[in-house]
Design a protein around this ligand. Sequence first.
Ligand code: DAT
Ligand code: MG
Length: 141
Amino acid sequence: MASTERTLVLVKPDGVRRGLTGEVLRRVETKGYAVVALEMRVATRDLLEQHYAEHIGKPFYEPLVEFMSSGPVVAAVVEGQRVIEGFRSLAGSTEPTLAPPGTIRGDLGRDWGTSVQQNLVHGSDSVESAAREIGIWFPGL
Ligand code: DAT
Ligand code: MG
């Protein structure tokens, strides 16, 4: 049996501004995953530079950091068997225009013509990323 995993989920500033925090958490919980830590906060540039280190130098990097610090985010640690893959599946693909209906980005997101995609949620993409990101957002966990 697959072992229990943890992943970092963020409701990004667009999701919080649009009042979709509850809807995102509802989808996580009704899927059967457990929310084991939860906090609303405005991310500092320093934290975001660590979080998005893999994207430094890409054309959307500056707009991404700007956008992610434009308002509060809701950070959650979510737990369950294969939750890393499972939440990525719930979220849908990066571009909301292409994310299938039924997914968070496909049902609730769209392209707003901005230089960075505003796609409502973040989810860790591997066991290594999850451990690294949880360490950044919830160092006490
Ligand atoms: P994901 O969030 O699906 O893991 P990612 O890690 O590749 O995607 O990129 C981080 C965020 O940056 C993503 O959620 C939205 C934005 N982004 C990625 N690629 C982009 C692009 N080509 N143009 C605009 N924004 C982009
Ligand atoms: Mg990513």
